[in-house]
Structures are given as structure tokens and as C-alpha cells.
Design a protein around this ligand. Structure first.
Ligand code: ADP
Length: 150
């Protein structure tokens, strides 16, 4: 069976603050495998689709403007229980409720500028990966995996 995958996105504030490397490092250090990576400007169309479940929330217009404020870095990570563990690495939606040691817990304070996105279920991950990477993502093997200590 294929390994679980998730969509992780560094939002415009994370790119602007130079935290892309730090966020990648946390997933790499944990032992997860990067299978897709891109820097791109977002569009209203993509964001409306990505956040379709939130379109009736009062903060939706603010969220879309925030996400349109600069480029994002989208990634697909692969590995055991990556969807749930990826969300734990990011922290809570509200950075003030995020434990120190998580990305949001360590680097931000505002729910409206919370640095990163992570898929909330395997189904959302599949939908988001197809949306942001319509040409598919790489499959590759780590041949030296037995030398790494996780
Ligand atoms: P998560 O990104 O943790 O899955 P949600 O899907 O509930 O959280 O919300 C999507 C994004 O919308 C959040 O990451 C955050 O950027 C923004 N958001 C959520 N709640 C608020 C709020 N009350 N005010 C402003 N922005 C919010």
C-alpha cells in the first residue's frame, strides 16, 4: 500500500519571514520524505477551492486577502501517519494555544498569520494535493534509509 501523504503549505507570512527552511527542516528531521515542492503565487480561484469548507466563516474574506498577499511554498510530505503527525508539528490553529516546540508555538502569535497549513484528513490531503499539484508528484525511494536513525 502507498505511504500516506499530506499537503503542507508555508503561507505568505512564513515565506516573507524566511521560515521556509525551518519548516522544511522540522519535517525532514522528523524523518518524513519530501515528494513535491513549489513556490508560487496563489490565485483567488485556487484559494476558494482550497478553503471551500470555510466560505461561510466571517473571517473568510480576511483569510483570502492574507493568502493573496505573497507567494506560498506548497509541499507534499510522505510517511507513517503524516497527516496527523504533520498537524502536530504545525501546532494548533491559534498560535497562542500551540505548545512550544511546534512551528506555530515557536514562531507566531496571530491566528490570522499562523505561518503554515496542513491537511486535516487523508481525504483532504488527496483533494489538496490534486488541487495544488495537478501534474502529480514524485515517487522515489530512499536507498540509505536503514542508515538513518528516526
Ligand atoms: P487550520 O489551518 O489549523 O486547519 P482552519 O481550517 O479552521 O484551521 O482555518 C483555516 C485558516 O483560517 C487558519 O489556519 C487561519 O489562517 C485562518 N483562521 C481560522 N480562524 C480564524 C479567525 N478566527 N480569524 C482569522 N483567521 C482565522
Amino acid at each position: 500500500m502507498a505511504e500516506e501523504r499530506t499537503y503542507i503549505m508555508v503561507k505568505p507570512d512564513g515565506v516573507e519571514r524566511g521560515l521556509v527552511g525551518e519548516i522544511i527542516k522540522r519535517f525532514e528531521s522528523k524523518g518524513y520524505k519530501l515528494v513535491a515542492l513549489q513556490l508560487l503565487p496563489t490565485s483567488r480561484e485556487l484559494l476558494n477551492e482550497h478553503y471551500c469548507d470555510l466560505k461561510d466563516k466571517p473571517f473568510f474574506p480576511k483569510l483570502i486577502n492574507y493568502m493573496l498577499s505573497g507567494p506560498v511554498v506548497g509541499m507534499v510530505w510522505e510517511g507513517k501517519d503524516i497527516v496527523k503527525t504533520g498537524r502536530r508539528l504545525l501546532g494548533e490553529t491559534d498560535p497562542l494555544k500551540s505548545a512550544p516546540g511546534t512551528i506555530r508555538g515557536d514562531y507566531c502569535i496571530d491566528v490570522g498569520k499562523n505561518l503554515c497549513h496542513g491537511s486535516d484528513s487523508v481525504e483532504s490531503a488527496q483533494r489538496e494535493i490534486s488541487l495544488w499539484f495537478p501534474n502529480g508528484v514524485l515517487s522515489w525511494e530512499r536507498h540509505n534509509v536503514h542508515k538513518l536513525i528516526y
